[in-house]
Ligand binder design. Structure first.
Ligand code: GDP
Length: 139
């Protein structure tokens, strides 16, 4: 069965440029319900932990530095078929290859500084929601 939850992070580049409000408006306009949300600054060790699956990729250290470079906004989003529908809304990893109305094309500037994260499977969505939010923080 397809799940109804996904985890997003508005990344430091987009928060720093003041795009948080516009991005949240596009997300809710596309039918996602925000059921948890917080602004926080990831430490290097927390960013390493979040992206541990990428630890062998050549860009891991650069990615971790970037994700710990400033505040982010993390949120749990709910909708039927949340993971796939949200990946479609944000577009592919490289903003230059994304359709012009996608969140990454509108607000991202490079493969790394691509404005937003979306979980890539139901299993990872659950782990990532648990990474940021306890039960008292979910509505
Ligand atoms: P996603 O699922 O589309 O976010 O892409 P991945 O899981 O493959 O990569 C995770 C994140 O790492 C991306 O969203 C980018 O911020 C970053 N990233 C991916 N590929 C590269 C790369 O080639 N170089 C750098 N510096 N960062 C990358």
């Amino acid at each position: 069965m397809q799940g109804n939850k996904t985890l997003t992070m508005i990344k430091p580049d987009a928060v720093q440029k003041g795009f948080t409000g516009k991005i949240l408006e596009q997300i809710t306009g596309a039918g996602f319900r925000i059921t948890a949300m917080k602004m926080l600054h990831l430490s290097i060790p927390r960013a390493e932990l979040f992206y541990a699956v990428h630890r062998d990729r050549p860009f891991y250290s650069e990615l971790v530095q970037f994700m710990a470079s400033g505040p982010i906004v993390a949120a749990i989003l709910e909708k039927n078929n949340a993971v796939a529908d949200f990946r479609a809304l944000i577009g592919p990893t490289d903003p230059a290859k994304a359709s012009s109305d996608s969140i990454r094309a509108r607000f991202g500037s490079s493969v790394q500084n691509n404005a937003i994260h979306g979980s890539d499977s139901d299993e990872n969505a659950k782990m990532e929601c648990d990474f940021f939010f306890n039960q008292l923080e979910r509505f």
